[in-house]
Every structure is written in C-alpha cells, then in structure tokens.
Write a protein that binds this ligand. Structure first.
Ligand SMILES: [Ca+2]
Ligand SMILES: [Ca+2]
Ligand SMILES: [Ca+2]
Length: 444
C-alpha cells in the first residue's frame, strides 16, 4: 500500500516502448499510484511463451507461482522473494521478452454500505403489496422500477438464471434468501472430494477467495444486502422481495470483513462464476486504478455472454474524466450504474458520466436483507447496481434466448428518462424493468 511516484516515470517509458501490443494502447501511467498488495504481482505471458520459459523468467527473479487458476489464459499471480519490491519486479517482468504485461495486485473496495443520514420519508408511491411480505413497501426501489407489474404480467423469475454476487459473501442461511441461493448441483457436500472436478473441494454455495475455503458466508453485510435486492424471496410471509423473486444467487466472496479485496481475488471470483454457469455478475465495488489483468477477465466473461453490472462509484465524480474501475473499462458487457433516490434525484454521492455511466437505479436508503435474518437500509451505487443485475436476471428468465448484447440494449432503450440523469449518463434515465419486458414483446 504505497505510492510509487518515482517509479511512474520509469514505468511510463517502459509502456511507450511496449505499445506494439494493441491491448496496451490506452494504458494509463498512474498504475502504481493506487493501493496494492506487497510481495506479489500479476503477470501475463504471451501465448507463445512455453511453460519452461515462464519458469525460467520467474526463477531469474526468485519468483514463484502463487496462483494460476484464472479464466484469462497465461495469467499468473507471482509471489516475489523476500525483500523484492513490487516496483523492482514490475520493471523486470515488463521488460522481459515473453511477458505480455505485469501489473500490481491492486486493492479495491465496496462501493456502498453508507447508512442513510436521516430518517426516511414515507414512500411517495406505495404499491399494493403483491405477495403479502410484511416489509415490501419499504423497498421503494423495487416498485419504482416496475417490478410488481413485471411479476404480474410476465414472470417472477427462474432458478435457471444464476447471478454471481462478487462481494463480501452472502448469508446463505438468511430466511428471505435461502431458497434462492445457488447450490452446486454436481458437488457432494462435506466429503472432502472435488466431485465436479472444477478445482474447488466441497464448493456448495460458491467460494471464499479471502480465506480460500468453501464457506462464502458474509462477515460484513454488504453482499447479503446486495443479494436481497437481486432476489429476496416473495410470498414467504417474511421480509421484503427482490427484483427477481426466483433466481440463483452464487456467493463469490473476495472482499474481506472490512470491505477490501484484491484484483487477483476478483479475477478468481469472475473465473469461478463464469465457469460455473453465472449469466450475470453483480459488482458493487471498485477503485484500484486501471488493471489490464482485470479487464482481460471481464472481456473473457464477455466472450462467454456474461453481463457485468458494476457500480459507478460514490465519489460524486465525473467518471468521463476520473474513471472508476471496473465500471469505466471499455468492454461491451459492462453496465455502469449511478444511484438515484425515491424522487429520481441523483444521490449526492453518486458518480456520473455522459459517456461512461449508463443508467441510474435506486441507491439511497435501500431496504434489504442483512446477515442473521435481519434487514436494514443502506445507500450507495452498490445498492443501485443489484437493481440492474436483478432486472437482467428477470428479463433473461422471461426471454432466455436474448443475447447478452440485446439484453443490455433492451435495458438501456427502455429507461424512464429523468431530469437528474439527462446529459450526465449514456441513457439519461433510470432503470424500468417492466418497460424492458414489455418492449421485448415488440422486438424479440
Ligand atoms: Ca467442486
Ligand atoms: Ca464434495
Ligand atoms: Ca420475502
């Protein structure tokens, strides 16, 4: 966790001498000017670099493979020998033939979990509660985006649609989530064997990439809150209802109890989710600057037809000028989400961007599930993001043949235009899942 100002100059020079790689063209030079983990870096080799050559490259600097279970080919997490700085290692690997790039293992952070500053005003437009869940009218956002009408006229969702919650974990025992938690169908619980041969022993609900174990339980609250917005259960006489009341929520825990996580753990989470059937990834986190390795993982997910929904950030900043990654990466499967309130005003904290932030969703005082069968209000673009992820899951349950690009197009095309998002987002509007599903009848 330190800033390498001096190194910036050196590294920028290296980049300009390496720009024969098209992927590196817009590689920003502030890459080490963000917190990162000491003692390790991410290295991607050219595909022509044989395993023995990689071993040689590593051994010359005393490096060892810490992990290579990534969806991105030829990418490794390299453990540095004692005393070697990240800057030294980057300078060596980046300058070595056979290496495509070497980047720090940056740290990222949850994009929400801010408690609302004052008591909530009454819901201005309470919707009659369609299933009798006692606290549903507190989840104003679910109604505002047209979910009850969508459930009534189209579908309440499907457990066939898997949403990867890339976050602090999920309380998979929560009374208002348990039946919607993804269970690995080919894994036998607790026998110490990797029955489905996916590289993870006894992975039933997902994986914990922080502790590297099979228990992705939420020790924060952020991931459980996000999960309830996507898919809290309907009609169970408890709590509230998510946008997609039937769905499968896969727990990929890569953020710690304190809300921090590393890029390598994010990439492993994305890899796990995509390889195990997730169609939508919810990413209510960000920071850490530009990482070619993370972008490569997102583009691999794109090739698998997976939608990557990401929080625009809580810095009240223009992302066109000050990008927030991963939301601001240039990949066609990313949806970048700003936050609005119950009156469709922009949340005071929400970042925006005419060309880089796509649409808004409710993200102020969002009521949802938190661990231990509890419920609570949280604010953040983190809370807006799962409204969009849940909408994508609901639409896909109704129209499973839609391509990822068509699904994204449909969501963008059918937003409710709102003044607060005009000229500061791509679509100028706030999510409306009912409109999207109604429009799908006309077009698809
Ligand atoms: Ca397994
Ligand atoms: Ca097993
Ligand atoms: Ca419920």
């Amino acid at each position: 966790m330190k800033k390498g100002y001096l190194f910036l100059i050196v590294f920028s020079c290296l980049i300009s001498s390496q720009n024969s790689f098209s992927q590196m063209e817009d590689f920003p030079s502030d890459i080490v000017d963000h917190p990162y983990k000491e003692g390790e870096i991410l290295v991607r080799y050219l595909s022509a670099t044989a395993p023995e050559e990689r071993d040689l490259i590593r051994s010359q600097m005393g490096g060892e493979i810490a992990d290579n279970h990534f969806i991105v080919p030829n990418l490794e997490l390299v453990k540095l020998p004692q005393g070697q700085s990240v800057e030294e290692a980057l300078a060596y690997y980046q300058n070595t033939p056979g290496v495509l790039y070497a980047v720090p293992n940056h740290l990222v952070y949850i994009n929400g979990g801010i408690f609302p500053p004052r008591p909530l005003p009454d819901n201005p437009d309470p919707t009659p509660n369609p299933f009798g869940d006692p606290f549903f009218d507190r989840s104003y956002g679910i109604s505002l985006i047209g979910s009850p009408k969508a459930w009534e006229q189209f579908t309440t969702g499907s457990r066939e649609i898997v949403v990867g919650v890339i976050d602090t974990g999920i309380d998979y025992t929560h009374e208002d989530l348990a039946a919607n938690i993804w269970k690995n169908p080919k894994e036998i619980e607790g026998n110490g064997i990797d029955d489905d041969n996916n590289g993870f022993v006894d992975d039933i609900y997902g994986w914990n990439f922080v502790g590297n174990n099979n228990n992705p339980f939420d020790d924060n609250r952020h991931g459980t809150h996000v999960s309830g917005t996507i898919g809290a259960l309907a009609g169970n006489g408890l709590g509230t209802i998510g946008v997609s009341p039937k769905v499968s929520l896969m727990a990929c825990k890569f953020l710690s109890k304190d809300g921090w996580g590393s890029i390598d753990a994010a990439i492993r989470s994305i890899s796990y989710a995509v390889m195990n059937g997730a169609k939508v990834l919810n990413n209510s986190w960000g920071g850490g600057g530009y990482s070619q390795a993370l972008l490569d993982a997102i583009k691999t997910a794109e090739r698998a037809g997976v939608l990557f929904v990401a929080a625009a950030g809580n810095s009240n900043a223009d992302n066109d000028k000050n990008p927030m990654y991963p939301a601001s990466y240039d990949a066609a499967n990313i949806v970048s989400v700003a936050a609005t309130d119950y009156l469709d005003q922009r949340a005071s904290f929400s970042s925006y961007g005419k060309t880089t932030v796509d649409l808004a969703a409710p993200g102020v005082a969002v009521f949802s599930t938190v661990p231990n069968n509890l419920y609570g209000n949280l604010s953040g673009t983190s809370m807006a993001t799962p409204h969009v992820a849940g909408a994508a899951a609901l639409i896909w349950a109704y129209k499973p043949a839609l391509s990822m690009y068509d699904l994204k197009d449909l969501i963008f095309k059918t937003v409710d235009p709102v003044d607060s998002m005009k000229d500061i987002t791509v679509t100028g509007g706030r999510l409306n899942v009912f409109n999207a599903m109604a429009f799908s009848l006309l077009q698809f």
